[in-house]
Design a binder for this molecule. Structure first.
Ligand code: APR
Length: 234
């Protein structure tokens, strides 16, 4: 791939599925177990904060028992060895990319292991529960900490950097995402408009499959290491 220098990789819940973290829209997925309107909107948090905090406390505890899988490890290797520009944009709020060693990484939907104070706007690493309303370590306010997660209707993080990288990309790769949620689902078209090659690696065709020049379907734990080998092997 002599002409490929700048790579942007979008990942979704499918990249963490083999680590035992439920996806959202697959059979038995999170949005079958919980109504989005009850746990993943600012309105839900205002209406029933206990329900929302309990949901994220449960998930925050669970992801700390999981470990990165071969897909995370392969992407961390690519990050370490790729001489050109590379950006991993994840929709995931788990920390498995980082634990595998990835550095050039943006969490566009937030981070489970962070809390956000709605009084002083501080964000801080957080591994314990929020349901018992701990005081904000930064300003001391009580009951003002919420999960640092981008809920439906809220603006994803670092969009300027992401769009800039998409305009510079020679290759855009989407891994383990259903293409159901914007703005992430629109990245493939942004990248295409800038002349990038496009590749989808997913268990099944995503809702945006049509926009990809190439698609490979199967488990990320198999597809991603093989693709990284290909990219680095050339
Ligand atoms: N390997 C590869 N792909 C997989 C695997 C796997 N082992 N398991 C599932 N998939 C694919 C599914 O086929 C599906 O297309 O991963 C995708 C998961 O889709 P979703 O559950 O919709 O998750 P995602 O696309 O990340 O959701 C986007 O929606 O709920 C919000 O904010 C949340 O970030 C999330 C966003």
């Amino acid at each position: 791939m002599e002409e490929i220098r700048n790579i942007v990789i979008l990942t979704g819940a499918g990249v963490s599925a083999e680590s035992g973290i439920d996806t959202f829209r697959d059979a038995g997925g999170l949005w079958e177990q919980h109504r989005v309107e009850d746990v993943a909107t600012p309105e839900a948090f205002a209406r029933d904060p206990d329900l929302v905090l309990r949901f994220y406390d449960m998930r925050r505890e669970a992801i700390q028992t999981k470990v990165p899988n071969p897909a995370h490890e392969a992407l961390a290797r690519l990050d370490a060895e790729w001489p050109g520009e590379l950006l991993i944009v994840t929709q995931n709020v788990d920390d498995l990319h980082e634990r595998a060693g990835a550095k050039r990484l943006i969490h566009m939907h937030g981070d489970h292991l962070n809390a956000w104070c709605t009084a002083c706007d501080a964000r801080m690493p957080w591994t314990g529960p929020l349901l018992d309303r701990p005081a904000c370590p930064a300003c001391g306010a009580g009951g003002t900490l919420r999960p640092d997660i981008v809920w439906f209707g809220e603006m994803p993080y670092r969009m300027d950097e992401i769009y800039h990288a998409l305009t510079q990309a020679d290759l855009f790769v989407s891994i383990g995402t259903s293409g159901a949620v914007y703005p992430a689902a629109g990245f493939v078209r942004e990248a295409r408009q800038s002349g990038a090659r496009t590749l989808e690696l997913n268990m099944e065709p995503s809702q945006g499959s049509y926009w990809f020049a190439e698609a490979r379907h199967g488990p990320a734990g198999v597809l991603v290491p093989a693709w990284v080998e290909e990219v680095l092997g050339r």
